[in-house]
Design a protein around this ligand. Structure first.
Ligand SMILES: [Zn+2]
Ligand SMILES: [Zn+2]
Ligand SMILES: [Zn+2]
Length: 462
């Protein structure tokens, strides 16, 4: 095969590899972990003796063979950057698991505290096709013997057996019957509903044990970590680890009457009690759906309930996803005229159109529906946690930033700065992002090699 017979992307990759700055560039790509959307920086770094003002070292990207420095994008989403989202997923896993079994500065005693894994769902806004399973067998979707029709002349039942990945799952039986307005308004207020729930939970607990809230606060503290997930019907739902600690947090035992059963009961009471008034004053209040799942979390060696490892892996997985899993796009939509051609499901497209349409009405002006149309109205955070749940994501990031800075220092062959003696003055400016012609291939090779190396290292340590 001559080089001319190669596919275009391979030819571009080979061309890139023959350029004089290639080996230097590739080392930077490895330092970003094989990031898919790296940021190119121009600038310089000057290290000065803090006492005498003597310049110890100057580094300029202009002197680099590449002419720039490459840094990782840090994007959370798997659809945007597989490398950086894997890092985010690992961090989230450690954050959740350390709040369940201790570690990373959280005492191990925390594993004995009552805690549950709860899933909060949205109510129904109309019938959708569903995957149902009983005893490992797929069941018919909405079977109806009398075969009734809706007022648009469409069947109200279905009867087909949809596999989990069937494109029909989550799509409405009749799009004209489906209440799209309430669906996107529910998504838009899901974050507020969660906030109200976290306020109602201590009150519900206090009521159950016949105590005033202030008295309860002196005896225990509620910690949580939650993640948002999109269901196939385009509605967001929340998974949360909720834990009871003594008043000083994870290191402090809660009183013996604070049990899993009590926590379960209080969660159900609090979830039932909260509502957000429908904006515009019309229609029913926005509330949680009836399906509230609360399960105790056990240490993975025990048998009952759901294991701590599974919970942490589950939360970490959803932390890197956006609304794409509900068949939509992963970035904001600028113009209404773009919606028609988006590669999304019909159901998601309707939700996006409704977001744009409602944003024009005076009663919804305060709600940023248009900016968040690609999220089907949801504008909250993907993962949040209370202050005392476990470590902070920022602490994990700082440790990694220090590690990366050290790697970069070694890569660039710079002397280690002594913080007492040397002062580093750095000035960087943005010079572009993403990979250029022929580069994405090598970044993907780098990412795969890093993933493989990590897996081998993990297997060796097990
Ligand atoms: Zn990245
Ligand atoms: Zn169906
Ligand atoms: Zn209908």
């Amino acid at each position: 095969m001559t080089p001319l017979d190669l596919p275009d992307d391979m030819r571009a990759a080979l061309q890139r590899a023959s350029m004089p700055d290639f080996s230097r560039w590739l080392r930077m790509v490895y330092a970003t972990g094989g990031c898919a959307q790296p940021v190119r920086l121009h600038g310089e770094r000057v290290t000065v003796d803090a006492g005498t003002g003597e310049v110890l070292d100057i580094y300029r990207t202009a002197d680099e063979p590449t002419g720039f420095l490459l840094t990782a994008c840090g994007n959370r989403r798997a659809s945007r950057c597989p490398a950086c989202s894997a890092t985010y997923r690992d961090d989230t896993y450690h954050l959740i698991i350390s709040g369940l079994r201790g570690g990373k500065g959280v005492p191990e005693e925390v594993s004995a505290h009552p805690r549950v894994f709860a899933t909060f769902t949205a109510p129904s806004f109309g019938s959708v096709h569903a995957h149902r399973e009983r005893d490992g067998k797929t069941q018919p979707c909405r079977p109806r013997r009398d075969q009734p029709l809706c007022r648009h002349g469409r069947p109200e039942g279905c009867g087909l057996r949809h596999e989990r990945d069937d494109a029909h799952v989550g799509q409405p039986l009749c799009a004209d019957c489906y209440d799209y307005r309430s669906a996107v308004l529910w998504n838009a207020h899901a974050g507020e509903l969660w906030r109200r729930f976290t306020q109602a939970l201590p009150a519900a607990l206090a009521r159950l044990v016949g105590m005033r809230r202030a008295a309860l606060r002196r005896l225990l503290r509620i910690s949580y970590a939650k993640v948002a997930e999109y269901q196939s019907r385009g509605l967001v739902h929340f998974h949360a680890v909720i834990r009871l600690d003594g008043p000083d947090g994870p290191a402090d035992r809660p009183p013996p009457w604070a049990t899993v059963a009590l926590l379960d009961h209080a969660i159900r009471d609090a979830a039932r009690s909260v509502a957000v008034p429908m904006p515009g004053g019309s229609g029913a209040d926005l509330m949680w759906g009836d399906q509230l799942d609360v399960r105790p979390v056990y240490v993975s060696t025990e048998l009952d309930g759901v294991s701590d490892q599974r919970v942490a892996a589950y939360v970490a997985k959803y932390a890197t996803k956006g609304a794409e899993s509900a068949g939509t796009v992963d970035r904001p939509i600028k113009n209404a005229s773009d919606i028609e051609l988006l590669p999304v499901t019909d159901h998601a497209r309707r939700m996006i159109y409704i977001c744009f349409a409602l944003s024009r009405l005076p009663q919804y002006r305060e709600i940023p529906l248009r900016q968040w149309a690609h999220m089907l109205g949801y504008r909250g955070h993907f993962s949040t946690k209370s202050r005392h749940y476990s470590i902070r994501l920022g602490d994990l990031r700082r440790t990694r930033a220090e590690y990366r800075a050290e790697q970069a220092r070694l890569l660039l062959g710079l002397p280690a700065p002594d913080p007492d003696k040397a002062l580093t003055l750095a000035e960087w400016s943005y010079a572009g992002s993403g990979h250029r012609h022929g580069e994405a291939f090598w970044a993907e090779v780098a990412r795969n090699r890093i993933v493989t190396a990590r897996r081998i290292a993990r297997q060796r340590s097990d």
